[in-house]
Design a protein around this ligand. Sequence first.
Ligand SMILES: [Mg+2]
Ligand SMILES: [Zn+2]
Length: 208
Amino acid sequence: MPFLPEAGLGAFPQSRHKFIILDRDGVINIDRDDYIKTVDEWVPIPGSLEAISRLTKAGYTVGVATNQSGLAKGYFTLETLNAMHNKLNALLQKIGGKIDAIAYCPHNDTDNCNCRKPRPGLILSLESQLAIPAKHAFLVGDKKSDLLASIAVGSQPILVRTGKGTATENALNRDPLFENIPVFENLAQFVDTLLRTTTRSIDSDKNL
Ligand SMILES: [Mg+2]
Ligand SMILES: [Zn+2]
């Protein structure tokens, strides 16, 4: 993938807008092959909450789009999912961060719904809840289904190597559809690069 992090993200059209959509498992919190089933199993990836806080303080709107088929499979209840998100929001609040909306798909991959990524329903839901076009967003994920959902709505996909990200990077390495997708070690490195390399272009817009 030819994207060079040192070149930054300022040249991307999305860098003129302040809208980030995040996948949850493997991006914000540590993923588990046996699903995140309890509040205690919901554990942040080091640096991810601080990165979200930096986005909030820089004026970004942050949405989360997450497939949660463990609901359809009965591994956990909606009440538990809400408790996980209350934990996320409480930890963020302590450090000045905020998630503006969370959209989740409760279905199984056999339910043929329109929300389970790679389908675009969750992202379209965030678009209408937050009243910002999804094509103006960067979408950060660790799986091919995140990248495909992003491509479907015209947002800029970003791959991180946390969660399933390294496996995804290796699997898509020779696929031309994905060759220009920027890859970062983790959410913190993406956010650092975004904030470092887009401030100038946003500031200069004010002078036009
Ligand atoms: Mg994920
Ligand atoms: Zn669904």
